[in-house]
Write a protein that binds this ligand. Structure first.
Ligand code: PLP
Length: 425
């Protein structure tokens, strides 16, 4: 591959120019590169690839669908893959969801959720309910609405003046849950809050940091009593990641709106879903055109993406896949225990198939900690793909990862931590 072939491609979250590794093939947890390397994908290719690369069933489902209908306008027309997918999702989503709205990715599923919540209050005449609450450290995507409800940071700095105002509550650390609850109560008291958006139980981009079922369920309770809509952003936590189908399944009450993407198609094709309950959807019913939901994309409910999602869901719900998820969670837990007193480790977090290790640097944890470059290169040199969030090293593997591939990652992490402790890195 010469320089001319790649220099016109602008890669996301990458300095430009940058050398990029050319990948020819993927199989299971493995990525095969043009220069002859076999790399273990320890992050499921940006958290999407739940059943591994080139899964036979999903590939076949897309191929079959491509023979009969690749795409059709989704206004005034519908199709079987979307009908099947919405029925399956309604069966497994927490609570009693009533409608499935399709879009393109995680960010657009959040945009649709925010617009749905805002228009809900316009449609029901509560026009003063406008404010949105989010949690410090939140990440909900890169489009403007999604950025607005996310943490202001170096990522958003060039755009901050264009983002709408949001009330941020403090992250509910174990030691400060009460403070967060009081702050939340104070904000909703005014009666002008429309929605509370959160990543349930785990903030991904903020460093895979977890918070308790108890505090989230109290926050949701306060917001329910104040007539505020709860929006669960399950873009990264959905489809088995946390050990249950959805992180919201750990909670006693269901959200009003749920955002989904990433694992939904098994990492094959982009697809976003915003699901809502009948409290929300009823406000959009009727023949008055002014009440219809003003949102849509050209590729809404793309049949190939829906076919991939139907196949992916079937695999996810199978006994064998549930066993794999449980197995990863157990292996992670054992490895975490073995690192308990490691001098290079500050804190370990685990929920289901996600394991994160906060490396001691002597400074506060931040995404921009330079150690991330060293960690990334260290593991890549060992043919393991891990993309640390600053000094937070995490594993988020495809469910098909084998025990020996997992052991290989654990052993390399231990080696890294030992070398780091001895300051050889
Ligand atoms: N919401 C959460 C919780 C995410 O983690 C992400 C992406 O990492 C998004 C939304 C945005 O998804 P996408 O990158 O598909 O737009």
């Amino acid at each position: 591959m010469n320089e001319f072939d790649t220099k016109h491609i602008w890669h996301p979250y990458s300095p430009t120019p940058q050398e990029n590794i050319v990948v020819d093939r993927g199989q299971g947890s493995l990525i095969f590169t043009r220069d002859g390397r076999t790399i273990i994908d320890g992050v499921s290719s940006w958290w999407v690839n739940i059943h591994g690369h080139c899964n036979e069933k999903i590939s076949a489902a897309i191929a079959e669908q491509a023979k009969v209908l690749e795409h059709v306008i989704f206004a005034g027309f519908t199709h079987q893959p979307a009908i099947d997918l919405s029925e399956k999702l309604l069966q497994i989503l927490p609570g009693k969801m009533s409608k499935i709205f399709f879009s393109d990715d995680g960010s657009t599923s959040v945009e649709a959720a925010l617009k749905m919540a805002i228009q809900y209050f316009q449609n029901n005449g509560q026009v003063d309910k406008k404010r949105i609450i989010a949690i410090d450290g939140a990440y909900h995507g890169d489009t403007f609405g999604a950025m607005s409800v996310g943490q202001r940071s170096a990522f958003t700095k060039p755009f901050n003046t264009y983002l709408f105002d949001v009330e941020f509550i403090k992250f509910p650390h174990e030691s400060s849950e009460q403070e967060t609850l009081q702050q939340f109560e104070e904000i909703v008291k005014n009666g002008d809050v429309a929605a509370f958006i959160y990543e349930p139980l785990l903030q991904g981009v903020a460093g895979m940091r977890t918070y308790s079922v108890e505090v989230l369920s109290k926050l949701m309770g306060i917001s329910n009593s104040a007539g505020v809509l709860n929006i669960a952003d399950e873009v990264m936590t959905g489809f088995g990641r946390t050990g249950r189908n959805f992180a919201s399944d750990y909670l006693p009450t269901a959200p009003d709106i749920i955002c989904l993407s990433k694992g939904i198609t098994g990492g094959y094709l982009p697809l976003g879903v915003t699901a809502c309950n009948s409290l929300v959807s009823n406000q959009f019913e009727g023949s008055d055109a002014a009440r219809m939901f003003f949102h849509g994309h050209s590729y809404t409910a793309n049949p190939l993406a829906c076919a991939a999602a139907n196949a992916s869901l079937e695999i996810l719900l199978s006994e064998s896949c549930q066993f794999l998820i449980k197995n990863i969670a157990e292996q992670h837990a054992n490895f975490a225990k073995s690192l308990d007193d490691h001098p290079a480790v500050n804190k370990i977090n685990q929920i289901g198939t996600i394991l994160s290790i906060e490396i001691k640097t002597g400074n506060e944890s931040t995404y921009f900690d330079n150690i991330r470059h060293n960690i990334y290169s260290y593991f890549l040199s060992k043919n393991i793909l891990l993309r640390p969030l600053g000094n937070i090293l995490y594993i988020l593997p495809p469910y098909v990862i084998t025990n020996s591939e997992l052991s290989c990652i654990y052993n390399s992490i231990l080696e890294f931590l030992n070398e780091y402790k001895n300051k050889n890195i």
